[in-house]
Design a protein. Structure first.
Length: 390
């Protein structure tokens, strides 16, 4: 996508959306762009403020900056991998030697881990943050971890949202043998989603506690993370109480049916700034059981139960290359599952309230618009009168 920057500027905001991207909350940002389209000024008219997703081309951000446009940047998370052998092995030989040497000196571990993550992935997001006039973080967690490196950057915190679809839900089918139906979303690239631990929990609950849990895994690719337990693939493919649905592009068809047919969404995702899969599951009416990590509290609120991760204080931890995550008390998770399942209607009502107050896409878009109007110097009352006149 290329912006024509030859016309005179207009006071107001525009939204740069690149449909070719497939990362960093792309589905959410597309929905947000559509919701803001009624007020957004076309980019060829050079609005004095432009909202960019963090995945946007830095070339376009620089071009807007040169034209004197203010940059508002939606940012989600960063990478936190500690200096583990597989992470170090991903670098070229000179860098590998430096990092291996650094592991012998605990005092410099965090400094080298910062450099390693910066070189590997974080440099792109950090460069965009430096160019931004204002940043919109997706959660308190995201802002907190970024403040370590950008303490003075102006910011707002706005949690992602979605369209509420629970009112489209058909009548529930009776579960098999009174099973409690759980659903989660697969990720074969980032072990920090901890799908292997969700599988271990469901197996433990069935075989040790006799709990009638059934799990559906959305987006299974047939691949498993390199650090995953050897039995993970077999658990996914050969367990009678685990169902899988292949990778998908939209929440429709079998994916939609699986969400509507479940009792709750479960996830153990670790240090995730704002997992959109959780927002989407809640949009289908599902309460959540998970761990109190990352941006999960900002999304879930009281519409579910989050249990603590034990020993999760380190900044640099397992993330993409290891599966050695903070421990989770399965007994507490099972108690949470049983509590939510036994009071399902109450928790589903809380989900609806969370959307009405915070998570519906129109609510989220209104918050973005308020930030963008302030940056653009637009009178919101004038905007309301103009819209009414139109």
């Amino acid at each position: 996508m290329t912006i024509d920057r030859t016309s005179s500027s207009a006071r107001g905001f525009g939204v740069f959306f690149d449909p070719s991207k497939a990362t960093s909350g792309q589905r959410f940002f597309q929905d947000l762009s559509c919701e803001l389209s009624g007020e957004a000024i076309p980019l060829e008219r050079k609005p004095n403020v432009v909202l960019f997703n963090v995945s946007a081309s830095i070339k376009e951000i620089l071009a807007a900056k040169r034209q004197g446009q203010k940059i508002c940047l939606r940012i989600d998370g960063m990478y936190f991998d500690r200096l583990s052998p597989p992470f170090i092995a991903s670098f070229n030989r000179p860098m590998r030697a430096l990092l291996r040497f650094g592991t012998k000196w605990p005092a410099v571990h965090d400094h080298l881990a910062f450099i390693a993550n910066l070189i590997d992935q974080n440099y792109g997001a950090f460069a965009r943050i430096l160019l931004a006039d204002r940043v919109i973080y997706q959660s308190v967690f995201s802002q907190t971890v970024h403040s370590r490196y950008f303490p003075d950057r102006p910011f707002d915190i706005i949690v992602n949202g979605s369209a509420f679809r629970a009112n489209e839900r058909p009548a529930r089918a009776t579960s098999i043998k009174g099973e409690i139906r759980l659903v989660t979303t697969y990720d074969d690239w980032k072990p920090s989603k901890r799908v292997h631990d969700v599988l271990a929990f469901v197996r433990w609950a069935r075989h040790v506690k006799g709990a009638p849990l059934r799990l559906t895994v959305l987006g299974y690719t047939g691949n498993v993370p390199a650090c995953a337990p050897p039995e993970m693939r077999s658990l996914l493919e050969n367990t009678p109480y685990v169902d899988t649905i292949p990778r998908f592009k939209a929440y429709e068809g079998s994916v939609r049916d699986a969400l509507f047919g479940s009792d709750l969404y479960i996830t153990f995702t670790h240090k995730d700034p704002c997992p959109n899969a959780v927002v989407e599951a809640m949009a289908h009416g599902l309460p959540v059981v998970g761990v109190d990590s990352g941006g999960m509290p900002d999304i879930v609120g009281d519409a579910g139960i989050l249990v603590p991760e034990e020993g999760a204080d380190a900044f640099f931890t397992s993330y993409r290359y290891e599966c050695d995550f903070p421990s989770i008390d399965f007994d507490r998770v099972l108690a949470a599952v049983m509590t939510v399942a036994s009071a399902r209607m109450d928790f589903e009502a809380r989900v609806a309230t969370r959307f009405e107050a915070d998570l519906n896409i129109d609510v989220v878009a209104s918050r973005y618009a308020a930030v963008l109007r302030r940056m653009a110097g637009v009178d919101p009352e004038l905007r309301v009168r103009q819209t009414a006149a139109t």
